[in-house]
Ligand binder design. Structure first.
Ligand code: SF4
Length: 458
């Protein structure tokens, strides 16, 4: 049986060890990064991480609303947590993230054992909410989001500065979205688009690099729209990349996900010119038919997308290109789906995240005519088999080539094997000593797989 810490001792020792916490995360990299922030905040007020939700004194569920499945999982876990709360009433339970932002009242109604619900713009409020839950035991809800463009610095989610040393780190540079694609709930869950002040980002990345981080991934819903809504002193995304490139000790810069319409020549030139900006682009296309793109309210055409790909490949030979594709969007006809297959066939992406469309209540697409599930599944199978074949063919064509790999550590399955990503975001496995962790090594590909490449240090 876990040892329970009494609420009195939790209150009396604010900055000593006060108990343990457990954060469950669903969803995207932005959520992963938010969860890391939550962990740092909890550590700052005296809690330590535990692997066991059964033993944790503070439990946070960081939820996702992008599809129905993670929402169902979160509600199911909330149901299970009522037993923990009954057995240990001192346990603090908080629900965070996109589902908390959208469905705070429903969470309160369906899970009355929850102590607080906190939205995506209020992560910095978590330490205070935990303290209040420990003291008052009164339900709290914090879901305010900035309403307008050009939010001030005070309206940005608060960032924790002290971090543990890590090889790779996510750094949010932009929050929210103004695009309102008809299938997407993000503008509702994360609010209007707003960019972090450049100086804050530079300071954070410099601090990370000085603590041993070799690679950063800049995060934003439409990351290359960075700077557009800055109240003053606009800094375009390409300029931010160049400024970050000057940070000593930092080796690699990645970013996700750019919006095609905003992928302009200046960004392509920056990737070409700055050796620290990796030759990989994950650019969601979503569909290969102009009619579908229009119904999705994506603000580009298939030809416009292909033109960007052409420019990228002309300027940066060998650039890695990956994408997101939605299958079974409302009203998708067989002929429109064939257009998506044709695009995949023509562009030959290195890889793709392929999803079945999932209606999100509150979005325009949820009220459109839906494609039967069986048709969606069958189309997803066809798309995946095409993309997987292309990925294998591309990987096969790379055997014999040299790649620069950042060594992340040993493979879980095979301790004698090191793993890491190439500059073009290809997973590479190769034999070597664990002491190489954190180093950039040249590896020659000797074997191709669907997941990536096997190689040997050159
Ligand atoms: S660009 Fe579209 S899909 Fe991406 S976050 Fe914004 S609304 Fe959602």
């Amino acid at each position: 049986m876990p040892t329970l810490i009494q609420p009195q001792s939790l209150r009396q020792r604010p900055h000593q060890r006060r108990g343990t916490y457990f954060v469950q995360t669903w969803g995207c990299q932005m959520n992963e990064e938010d969860s890391e922030q939550m962990s740092l905040y909890l550590k700052q007020i005296g809690f330590e991480a535990t692997e066991s939700i059964q033993e944790a004194h503070v439990i946070l569920l960081n939820t996702c609303s992008v599809r129905k499945k993670p929402e169902d999982k979160a509600f199911s876990m909330l149901g299970e947590l009522s037993a923990i709360k009954k057995a240990r009433p001192d346990t603090v339970i908080g629900v965070c993230g996109c589902m908390a932002q959208l469905r705070a009242d429903e969470i309160r109604r369906r899970a009355p054992h929850v102590d607080f619900v906190v939205g995506t713009g209020q992560v910095g409020a978590i330490p205070g909410l935990v303290e209040e839950a420990l003291q008052k035991r009164k339900f709290q809800k914090r879901i305010e989001l900035p309403e307008r463009k050009g939010a001030t610095v005070e309206e940005m989610p608060k960032r924790h500065v002290g971090r543990e040393s890590k090889l790779k780190a996510f750094v949010p540079i932009q929050y929210g979205c103004d695009k309102f694609c008809t299938f997407c709930i993000v503008p509702n869950t994360r609010g209007r688009e707003r960019s972090r002040p450049t100086v804050d980002i530079l300071e954070e990345v410099a601090a990370l690099a000085s603590q041993g981080t070799r690679e950063v991934t800049l995060l934003g819903q439409t990351v290359n729209s960075y700077g557009k809504n800055m109240p003053e002193g606009k800094v375009p995304f390409s300029q931010l990349l160049r400024l970050l490139s000057d940070i000593p000790d930092l080796e690699r810069i990645r970013y996700t996900s750019p919006y095609p319409r905003d992928f302009k020549t200046d960004v392509i030139e920056t990737i070409r010119d700055c050796s620290k900006v990796m030759e990989h682009c994950h650019m969601p296309v979503q569909a290969g038919s102009d009619e579908l793109l229009k119904r999705m309210k994506r603000l580009y055409t298939v030809d416009g997308y292909k033109e960007i790909v052409r420019d990228l490949r002309d300027a940066i030979p060998g650039v890695g290109l990956t994408t997101d594709i939605i299958v079974g969007f409302p009203g998708e006809t067989e002929s429109e789906f064939q257009d998506t297959l044709a695009l995949v066939q023509e562009v030959r992406f290195d890889g793709a995240y392929m999803f079945i469309y999932s209606p999100r209540p509150g979005t325009p697409a949820a009220d459109m005519e839906q494609v039967p599930q069986v048709v969606k599944k069958e189309r997803l199978d066809r798309l995946m088999s095409l993309q997987n074949r292309i990925t294998c063919e591309i990987n096969q064509s790379l055997v014999g080539q040299l790649f620069e790999v950042l060594v992340e550590g040993t493979s879980h399955r095979n301790p004698g094997t090191l793993q890491g990503y190439s500059r073009e975001f290809r997973m590479v496995h190769f034999p070597g000593s664990a002491t190489l962790r954190g180093q950039l090594v040249k590896v020659r590909a000797v074997e191709a797989h669907q997941w990536g490449l096997k190689g040997e240090i050159a």
